[in-house]
Design a protein around this ligand. Structure first.
Ligand code: FES
Length: 181
């Protein structure tokens, strides 16, 4: 026997028209939601790739810079200037750096950062009229040994650069804590 359209549904049963409406709404939700997600997702992933790309490139670049010839290095610390490439997101810069490079009695070539560990001024090696055979900071008079050990004013040794020797050249890498003192 067929059901009359106005007949009340049995208990626990949804009216047929309601069921039809629900499934139409669900269908629209799925369709629009899926298409919207797709349209938003593609540019998002694409932009994310470009945002991350410089970081990936920075990691793949060499961190060492050719600074001097090994034959130029003596037991007296000598100041060398060099430039490093820096990529910060999309910002590219080439700041100038300095290092005091010397050869230790055992033949090891090492490089110290000239940045004073007191307040960041630049130290010099044995400036005239000041501490002979020591690094000296003109700002507040900090002094350091030839290996960068603090003697006065500063409370820490001068930092050191990573050093790599290759084909007769000295390459400097990232700055690290002093390993010589
Ligand atoms: S910054 Fe070098 S002594 Fe103060």
């Amino acid at each position: 026997m067929s059901e009359h359209p106005n007949q009340h549904p049995k208990e626990g049963q949804q009216p047929k028209s309601k069921m039809r409406e629900m499934s139409r709404r669900q269908f629209l939700n799925y369709t629009l939601g899926g298409t919207g997600g797709f349209l938003i997702g593609i540019p998002l992933v694409w932009n994310l790739r470009f945002a991350i790309d410089p970081l990936l490139q920075a990691k793949s670049q060499s961190n060492y810079v050719k600074v001097a010839e090994v034959s130029e290095i003596t037991s007296t610390p000598t100041r060398f200037k060099f430039q490093v490439e820096q990529v910060d997101g999309w910002y590219y810069s080439k700041p100038e750096m300095e290092a005091w490079i010397a050869k230790a009695p055992d033949g090891t070539i090492y490089a110290l950062s000239p940045k004073c560990k007191h307040l960041g001024c630049v130290v010099s090696w044995a400036p005239e009229g000041q501490a002979p055979n020591e690094f000296y900071c003109p700002c507040h008079g900090a002094r350091y040994t030839i290996d960068g050990k603090e003697l006065a004013v500063a409370s820490a040794p001068l930092d050191e650069y990573e050093v790599m020797l290759q084909d007769g050249f000295v390459y400097l890498g990232p700055i690290k804590a002093n390993t010589r003192v």
